[in-house]
Design a protein around this ligand. Structure first.
Ligand code: DAH
Length: 341
């Protein structure tokens, strides 16, 4: 029996030390120390021993049990440490690997110019209005004093949605004047930028979709002097102190009197150069005093209130600002181009 115990001890300890997995170790524990284990099986035969042998073998059996238990415990700790080490290795982050640079986009050059213009007008107490691009002919034309048969309805080649020409893509931002007058309390100071649409072929200066910025002021005692003073101040903000402007008479159905405003070329100061195409002046916007018929059509008493309005093309302004030669570059959205601004 003594030999049997010693054989178990040797065999079990070797197996325990060599166990590579926690499950294997547990199986060994059951195999040797469990209720039906090999060591227990030997101990069950203790009754057959003589009185002198029993304490000796008993002591040895206890020693073997203690040795095996200790072996299992030690190996379990080793295996747990090994498992932890492997887990840490697998989850390790190499902080020395270079990161992936995140490319941050930029605002489109045209919207950079628009932001600048918005800032200038907001600084003068204007509110920004942005609204629908699908309009009725009523708002796009009729309420702006372009009655049916008016040449304006012909020269602006319009995208109509309906056979009866009643619903369309707005050809100008001027209908925003009507929406503002119909829905807002007086006095009104608004700036309304947005897309407009005309049936133009794409070339270096034309696109079927482009942007306008509409501005309008309605109050008591507003005169053409306010129009000129305000727009001159805006141009000085945009193009620098001392920017020279001129106002030429023009015709728009919804303003009376109407004008166009030019700025003296900031490159050649009027002498004529490629930037101003030899003119010395660059046309920037159309403007005028809001027609009394338009005011009355919106329920505003034209004997008490008066106002001025303007509309300008945003693309042309951006082209001039960044010295871009071709309108198509603005819309193509080629990142290699846009990154330069
Ligand atoms: N809507 C005009 C256009 O598309 C521009 C314009 C001219 C707007 C005079 C105005 C204005 O508000 O007063 O050509």
């Amino acid at each position: 029996m003594k030999q049997e115990l010693e054989a178990i001890r040797a065999k079990a300890l070797e197996a325990i030390v060599g166990a590579e997995k926690a499950e294997d170790l547990e199986a060994l524990r059951v195999q040797y120390l469990g209720k039906k284990g090999e060591l227990t099986a030997v101990l069950k035969q203790m009754g057959k021993l003589s009185a002198e042998e029993r304490p000796v073998i008993g002591q040895l059996a206890n020693e073997v049990r203690a040795k095996l238990e200790e072996g299992v415990e030690t190996r379990a700790k080793e295996l747990a440490a090994k498992a932890l080490e492997m887990k840490l290795k697998a989850e390790a982050v190499d902080v020395t690997i270079p990161g992936k640079a995140v490319k941050i986009g930029k605002k489109h050059p045209m919207y950079q110019v628009l932001d600048e213009i918005k800032d200038i007008f907001v600084g003068m107490g204007f509110e920004i209005l942005e609204d629908r691009e699908v309009e009725t002919a009523d708002y796009n034309f009729t309420k702006l004093n372009c009655l049916e048969g008016h040449p304006a309805r012909e020269w602006t080649d319009t995208f109509y949605f309906t056979e009866d020409s009643s619903i369309l893509l707005r050809t100008q931002t001027s209908p925003m004047q009507i929406h503002a007058m119909e829905t807002r309390e007086l006095p009104i100071r608004i700036l309304a930028p947005g897309r407009v649409y005309r049936k133009d072929e794409v070339d270096a200066t034309h696109s079927p979709m482009f942007h306008q910025i509409e501005g309008m002021v309605i109050d008591k005692g507003v005169t053409m002097a306010d129009l000129k003073g305000t727009l001159n101040a805006v141009m000085e903000e945009l193009y620098g102190k001392g920017t020279v402007t001129r106002f030429r008479p023009h015709h728009f159905p919804f303003t009376e009197p109407s004008c166009e405003m030019d700025i003296q070329c900031h490159k050649c100061h009027g002498a004529g150069c490629p930037t101003c195409k030899g003119e010395g002046w660059i046309e920037v916007l159309g403007a005028g005093m809001v027609h009394p018929k338009v005011l009355e059509g919106c329920g505003i008493d034209s004997n008490v209130y008066s106002g001025w309005a303007f509309g300008m093309g945003l693309e042309r302004l951006a082209l001039g600002h960044f010295k871009i030669g071709d309108l198509r570059l603005i819309f193509e959205n080629d990142v290699r181009f846009l990154e330069q601004f």
